[in-house]
Write a protein that binds this ligand. Sequence first.
Ligand code: C2E
Ligand code: MG
Ligand code: MG
Ligand code: MG
Length: 285
Amino acid sequence: EAKSQGRGRYVVYTPDMDRHGAEQARIAADLRVAMDTGQLHLVYQPIVAMAGGHLYGVEALIRWNHPQRGPVGPVDFIPAAERTGLIVPLGAWILGEACRQAVRWQQELGDRAPHTVSVNVSARQLREAGFATDVAAVLQQTGLAPDRLTIEVTETAVFDGGTALNELHAIKALGVTIALDDFGTGHSSLGLLRTCPVDTLKVDKSFVDDVTQGGQQAVVAEALIHLSNGLSLRAVAEGVETAEQADALYRLGYRYAQGYFYDRPMPAADLSARLSEPEMRLSRP
Ligand code: C2E
Ligand code: MG
Ligand code: MG
Ligand code: MG
């Protein structure tokens, strides 16, 4: 079944179509309807503390169930949403929804609730004046404690301009956690780690993929854990798919990971059910 095939299953909007303005406009128009008619929902992927295999946090990821086209993946519509500016209202919805869910989990599960809920924020949102003020308002409205929210941004988004950095500092001042997503793949500058108030490095999947082969990517994975430890940042290895990768990463010093080996992204209710189980066997040992 298409759904079990992961990322590659989204074939409806091809990158080629993505380049065409008309198709972009159509995606954006459909997306606008989707926002108003409940075609969008969030799924949540566990971020795991590797040693005990228990849940540390979750990352919220958007899903679109298009009435005609079926599931459309974020890589196929987030770019269009960014270019058309629709990401601003869409992102606001995502942030509100994730914060509301985080509070629901705390009410339902108490200590077993995820410690933090991560929300992806695009460059366009970060450039929007008053973004940090919006984040503060959402926290206020939902009652979510700031330290229970993580904002994920890419290096490229932060590098983008001065206002992005100002907004991040303002968000950080609220007590929200900041994670650099896909770390090592963007317009990286180690200087960014001084100017950007970052707490967590999400080490990109490309460095995890062949970590067992001991090639160049593995060398980078090793360098990045040393860098993280040296700067007292939390490192999260992204896209861990096998036990061998998890073992190799652990030996290098990684303690947090996310990936299909542990769990796929799942609806909030599924995560609640898993976390309510007496044994709480969230992920493989
Ligand atoms: P990301 O933030 O780096 O999210 C991780 C992506 O890797 C997710 O894809 C997740 O499903 C996938 N993944 C997790 N573990 C594995 C694994 O072991 N193997 C493989 N092959 N993939 C894994 P997804 O959900 O398709 O999202 C793709 C990207 O779209 C995200 O990358 C993020 O950049 C963007 N995105 C997703 N949701 C949102 C959102 O709510 N807002 C914004 N602005 N961007 C979003
Ligand atoms: Mg992310
Ligand atoms: Mg990532
Ligand atoms: Mg990624």
